[in-house]
Design a protein around this ligand. Structure first.
Ligand code: ZN
Length: 210
């Protein structure tokens, strides 16, 4: 093949390849705090590849919850960006399409950092993709909707983690039982207690559940 044809072919192929991408959201994640303890902890316990993966997953989850199945229902977002930055203040702040996560917050967080970070991104990315009545919606409602996105991830998942802690293998066993039907009695069979009792014990132990 002569070079000009080859180049033309490349351009056509690239155009074809990039066409659907024009409408799709791009995800960018940057660790701007690599030289700080929080940035180092981020690299060790979370990382950029994980961030890019969950950004996409969370984005799709948000569309699903808001039932925005088609492009025209959705807020147009070009490039969603997550920055890990060294600053003192809120754990994370979102402006437009950009989420800033505090490296200081990551540094000081006690507990499962990856889990906390994933919850945090559910909240912050909701701000990127949610409608806000062109700025007229009350802040409490906007924040409530962002927290609502965490629930699906957090609420049941944390409870299941708690049950797993009581009886290792619980989640797998429950999943197996759920193949053909479901009964709340599965909890009694596996953990010896009704689910309502487990739930109140869990709440008593971990207090501030949203
Ligand atoms: Zn918020």
């Amino acid at each position: 093949m002569k070079p000009p044809h080859f180049i033309l072919l490349l351009i056509i192929l690239q155009t074809l390849h990039h066409l659907p991408v024009i409408l799709a959201v791009k995800y960018v994640a940057i660790n701007d705090a690599k030289n700080y303890p929080g940035g180092k902890r981020f690299e060790k316990e979370i990382g950029i590849p994980y961030t890019l993966q969950i950004m996409k997953d969370i984005n799709h989850y948000i569309w699903e919850i808001f039932q925005q199945k088609i492009e025209s229902d959705r807020k147009q977002v070009g490039i969603a960006t997550v920055f890990i930055r060294q600053y003192d203040g809120a754990e994370a702040i979102t402006y437009g399409e950009t989420v800033n996560v505090s490296a200081l917050y990551l540094q000081g967080y006690q507990g499962n950092l990856k889990w906390e970070y994933t919850s945090l991104l559910h909240h912050e990315l909701t701000h990127v993709f949610q409608w806000d009545g062109k700025g007229q919606a009350p802040v409490g409602l906007i924040e409530g909707m962002a927290d609502y996105m965490i629930l699906g991830y957090d609420f049941t998942a944390r409870f299941l983690e708690y049950c797993e802690g009581l009886e290792p293998g619980f989640v797998a066993a429950l999943s197996k039982k759920m193949r053909h039907n479901f009964s709340e009695n599965f909890f009694v069979e596996l953990l010896g207690k009704p689910v309502a009792q487990l739930w109140s014990e869990y709440k008593a132990k971990y207090g501030n559940i949203k």
